[in-house]
Design a protein around this ligand. Structure first.
Ligand code: AMP
Length: 193
């Protein structure tokens, strides 16, 4: 049975780290739209040139562009046994497009995790990451913008999946290993059902 996982949560909640663990443990590709865009920026492709100023300002890239990117990525053969999506969908339009796409190819979501952390913890983590990695969008201004957009544009996505009933909330203001243990327990539980 394929394992199709969504990881939702504000920036700084630990989506990238936990998605990497799910991917390694279950042998499914980790699809991070943020990583895909950062690679395009680093390679200087037309897509990268287009999204660079948007990312640096902490804003969201256009829905059509993101939907096209994810449609192409999910169409590749390595997603046949599943995938873990990190950073998409980030708006209701993206969520609707994703649900349509998955319905069309007959691959329902197995589970949607929401990594929940208080905003103050998210800010602390992003500032720490800025010092460690020098991410161009981890300036205090960009961080504030990203969290504001998360509340306004991305929270409704969480509500959407809460309504459809496959949302599992995870208390994520803990160590990486503690969060991973909870995720894994939930995944094992799903796999045996
Ligand atoms: P992330 O690493 O997921 O925090 O993404 C870094 C940046 O890439 C975001 O702040 C946005 O500018 C852009 N981005 C990534 N994924 C999306 C998405 N699904 N929709 C819109 N913008 C995105």
């Amino acid at each position: 049975m394929a394992l199709n996982v969504l990881l939702l949560g504000a920036q700084g909640a630990g989506k990238g780290t936990q998605a990497g663990r799910v991917a390694a443990e279950y042998g499914v590709p980790h699809i991070s739209t943020g990583d895909m865009l950062r690679e395009a920026v680093a390679a200087g492709t037309p897509l990268g040139e287009r999204v660079r100023p948007i990312m640096e300002a902490g804003r969201l890239c256009p829905d059509e562009l993101m939907i096209e990117l994810i449609e192409e990525r999910l169409g590749r053969g390595d997603t046949a046994e599943g995938f873990v999506l990190d950073g998409f969908p980030r708006s209701l339009a993206q969520a609707e497009a994703l649900d349509d796409m998955l319905a069309k190819i007959g691959r329902p979501l197995t589970v949607v995790f929401e990594l929940q952390i208080p905003e103050a913890v998210a800010v602390e983590r992003m500032l720490g990451r800025a010092r460690a990695e020098g991410r161009a969008d981890d300036t205090p201004e960009a961080i504030a913008k990203r969290l504001e957009l998360y509340r306004q544009v991305s929270e409704p996505v969480v509500e959407r999946y809460r309504m459809t009933g496959n949302l599992v909330g995870i208390h994520a203001a803990r160590t990486v290993n503690e969060v991973w243990a909870e995720l894994q327990e939930a995944l094992e539980h799903l796999a045996v059902r």
